[in-house]
Ligand binder design. Structure first.
Ligand code: F6R
Length: 259
């Protein structure tokens, strides 16, 4: 794992955005795996600014990690809506190349299998963007998810539903189930980029980077991926033990030639 510790949130966002922009510039067949959540909002704002400066999404294909079961794409708290508001409506991405699982599919099990097949048909994800939950989830792969799992339905933990309550109206609670890319789906991306900021993520980050590879922390499976970059601010890095080493290898979170 390449662990980049940036001095603050703004630098971490800039580092992650530059990484994505460089990836897009290097590949004509770029397939981005996208994430949602609070951490990603400033990153998408930064990508929109880069777009204003010339970064084109016209030939990019995207696949989001997950969607709540029961929410139609036009539900304000759906991840379809999130992505339109946060990114898609502000860049030149071709809407027909953007993909999210349909939370309102009549047969969510079939929808999950079809989503996995669509990812494979696209040639696979070239760069998967990830956040991490306080409980160590990636996508909606909650603790004890199989580390080889494909896209499927997962039951959300109460803590995840509470964390996502702010996106819902006061008279609504987040759905209990989601369709999510599996840990196995994520590991089959050619490259992963995980962004975590703020002290609330410090324990999950330490377990992910330095803990054992264990289903109880699904993000720890990234230790088995040959090309994963973890971009952190200092607050998210406080619970790791080897921070001096990460600073030595990557001063100020610079992506130096050797890890
Ligand atoms: C959602 C997703 C989740 C979030 C995670 C962190 O698409 O991938 O794994 O990345 O729940 O969410 P925030 O950033 O809101 O703390």
């Amino acid at each position: 794992m390449r662990v980049l510790i940036c001095k603050d949130e703004a630098s971490a966002i800039a580092r992650a955005a530059d990484h994505i922009a460089e990836h897009m510039a290097q590949r004509s067949d770029c397939v981005l795996g996208l994430a949602t959540g609070g951490t990603m909002l400033p990153l998408y704002r930064r990508l929109i600014r880069l777009h204003a400066d010339g970064l084109s999404f016209a030939s990019v294909t995207t696949f989001n990690l997950d969607e709540y079961i029961g929410l139609a794409p036009d539900h304000p708290a759906s991840y379809h809506s999130y992505m339109r508001k946060a990114l898609f409506d502000h860049v030149d991405v071709d809407p027909s190349r953007t993909h999210l699982p349909r939370g309102d599919a009549a047969d969510p099990v079939a929808e999950a299998a079809d989503y996995e097949a669509r990812i494979a048909r696209s040639g696979g994800i070239s760069l998967q963007l990830l956040g991490v939950g306080r409980n160590g989830h990636i996508g909606f792969n909650e603790p004890t998810s199989s580390l080889a799992s494909p896209t499927r339905i997962k039951t959300l933990t109460e803590s995840t539903r509470r964390a996502n309550q702010p996106y819902f109206g006061s008279d609504e609670t987040p759905p209990g189930y989601a369709i999510t890319m599996g840990v196995g789906t994520i590991l089959s991306a050619r490259e992963c980029l995980l962004l975590a900021t703020g002290s609330a993520k410090a324990n999950a980050v330490a377990a992910m980077v330095e803990g054992p590879v264990a289903a109880v922390c699904p993000a720890s499976a990234l230790q088995m991926h040959a090309r994963t970059t973890v971009v952190l601010d200092r607050d998210a890095a406080t619970e790791m033990k080897l921070t001096d080493y990460y600073h030595h290898v990557h001063p100020d979170g610079e992506a130096t030639r050797f890890d």
